[in-house]
Design a protein around this ligand. Sequence first.
Ligand code: NAD
Length: 248
Amino acid sequence: SRELEGRVAVVTGGASGMGLAVVHALACRGATVAVFDLAAPDPCELAATLSMGEDRVSSVAVDVTDAGQVDRAFASLPGGRLDILVNAAGIAPPTAFEDITEAEWNRVLAVSVHGTFLCCQRALPAMRDGRWGRIVNFSSTAGKTISTAGGAHYTTAKHGVLGLTRHLAKAYGPDGVTVNAVCPGLIDTPMARGLLPEAALERATRSFPVPRVGQPWEVAELVAFLASDRAAYITGAAVDINGGDLIV
Ligand code: NAD
């Protein structure tokens, strides 16, 4: 369906993995989508990859941890209008706790927590003025328990994303803006492939109630639902999508 026709969306981390799948899912439903990522994909290639018209997707090179760059990226949105923000940018170095440098600690928190803060802060005034908005933040099972492959900084960052999500949900609900988080388990993306070789990925997911790795499009379906009118009564939620991994 074209239920997001006329909506303007920003997807951070939209050049790869689940972010890219979200760009596809939103654009398929009629939204116009801007990708905010470190290395902005060529819009022609992006449109070709997604099999969509070039008028549907654009891209801006931006480091979400840099306030100046984030400001410029939001200022470049046509008409200053924004309905949907998906914060998918993230990094997950697998460093053992005692080996985490201060710089790496700061970087991991900066991308997931500070980047989400900066983008939410810039997006919310337009959503509030339009009396409609959807924010979907990427947490993780690491935001509820601990990370299997990433380090303690990653676990800390993904817990932080849930706190920010709940705080904003409460503050902006009366303005017609919902703010939710998704908590994916092991999903087949370049990030997961970089952390776990094929055999380890298979081993790690074999004991799940749904005994396989998740696919980016499956998470994108959830994000697209949360971004739609149909999810108007869901806010402040941290939705698991993990093949049942957390069932005890
Ligand atoms: P990915 O590595 O495929 O994609 C992440 C994207 O974020 C990349 O395109 C990267 O360039 C971008 N990015 C990184 N730092 C950035 C910055 N400072 N500014 C702008 N863009 C930046 O990863 P993915 O697996 O698709 O992960 C998407 C999100 O889901 C992340 O937040 C990740 O932590 C989370 N997550 C992943 C898994 C998994 O199993 N893959 C599980 C749970 C949560």
